[in-house]
Design a protein around this ligand. Structure first.
Ligand code: UFG
Length: 323
């Protein structure tokens, strides 16, 4: 069996990627400090409890498992928190990746598939956003991830590391077989919060901004199913293996849904009314974030299989009902 290291494999996107890796015949070796990850989501391979900042321990894990590649999801992901505590974001995300790259070099592992983000683009100058769009992040979270992309380029030029930077838009939904899903604490994302309101676990949902320059006045996002994201990671590995060229690709659907449209989808799929009320805009939220993912589709042969808004919502509802 071929091993792959999955940092953050006990987290949301990472655990879905572990499942896809196992289905494709790889052994996913999760490296996670369980700060925000969940032991119970590590189901498809061993768990090494280890912080990515611990280069010595990482080097020992590379020595033990001799992985073909690293899938790097470990990191902090809250925009608001990154504004309040940038030091944590640069330490865990940026310095953590430097530690990981150093351990990879010591272990002779030369391929990394990295969980980047649309937040590296900052405020969109045009839509949909393609990979040529300038990267000018407006918060420390996006900046911490952009620095990682830059580091990987420099390591590639100097040391021959091959990388894929996959820039996600709005990761959402849950494993269609309900074996893993989103377990964020605190939960700040729109779809789970709407579902909690539909299931009666919270009183209502706030709509952050009704006066955006969008068709219904609420903000528009590109929601992409987490299982489709996971499949893109496997395809990126195959591509790095076959032609060795570094990849920087957007992962989204090309379709945007407004906050009101997402609420309607949850009401349609659950058959429950979602109490909602208007609230001020959330600081730092752009009106529209939609991906042009033509490059990922053409380069990787990536196809979306689960990313209709109703399937995203339906899989997420099943997961949250179970948990
Ligand atoms: N929203 C509400 N009410 C809520 C929560 C969210 O109206 O209670 C709105 C937001 O204002 C936004 C949309 O719903 O317009 C989606 O919000 P999310 O918090 O679900 O997602 P974001 O688009 O803010 O964030 C996502 C990722 C981040 C990433 C960002 C930009 O979660 O990690 O996209 O790429 F940085």
């Amino acid at each position: 069996m071929t091993n792959c290291i999955v940092t953050g494999g006990a987290g949301y996107v990472g655990s879905h990627c572990c499942k896809e890796l196992a289905k494709a015949g790889y052994t996913p070796v999760t490296v996670d400090n369980l700060f925000r990850g969940h032991r119970e989501l590590v189901k498809w391979g061993p768990l090494c409890e280890c912080d990515v900042l611990d280069t010595e321990r990482l080097a020992a894990i590379f020595e033990e498992y001799k992985p073909e590649a690293v899938f790097h999801f470990a990191g902090l992901t809250y925009v608001g928190e990154s504004v309040e505590h940038p030091e944590d974001y640069y330490r865990v995300n940026t310095a953590g990746t430097l530690s990981l790259l150093s351990a990879m070099m010591r272990g002779g592992c030369d391929k990394i598939i990295f969980s980047s983000t649309a937040a590296t683009y900052g405020n969109p100058l045009y839509t949909p956003i393609d990979e040529k769009h300038p990267q000018s992040p407006i918060n420390p979270y996006g900046a911490s991830k952009l620095f990682i992309e830059r580091m990987m380029e420099d390591f590639s030029a100097a040391h021959g590391i091959k990388f894929a930077a996959l820039r996600y838009f709005n990761a959402s939904g849950a494993d269609p077989e309900c074996e893993t899903g989103e377990l964020h604490d605190p939960e700040t994302h729109l779809i789970p919060l709407i579902i909690f309101a539909a299931l009666g676990r919270r009183a209502d949902i706030k709509i952050f901004g009704r006066n955006y320059d969008t068709p219904d006045g609420t903000a528009v996002r590109d929601y992409v199913h987490v299982t489709d994201l996971a499949s893109a990671h496997l395809k990126a590995l195959e591509k790095l293996k076959s032609d060795g060229k570094n990849l920087k690709l957007n992962l989204g659907t090309g379709s945007g849904y407004s906050v009101l449209e997402v609420i309607k989808s949850v009401e349609r799929v659950s058959g429950k009314k979602v109490p909602a009320h208007d609230a001020p805009r959330r600081a730092g939220d752009p009106p529209v974030l939609v991906a042009d993912s033509t490059a990922a589709q053409q380069t990787l042969g990536w196809q979306l299989k689960h990313s209709s808004i109703d399937e995203i919502v339906e899989t997420a509802i099943r997961w949250h009902e179970k948990n």
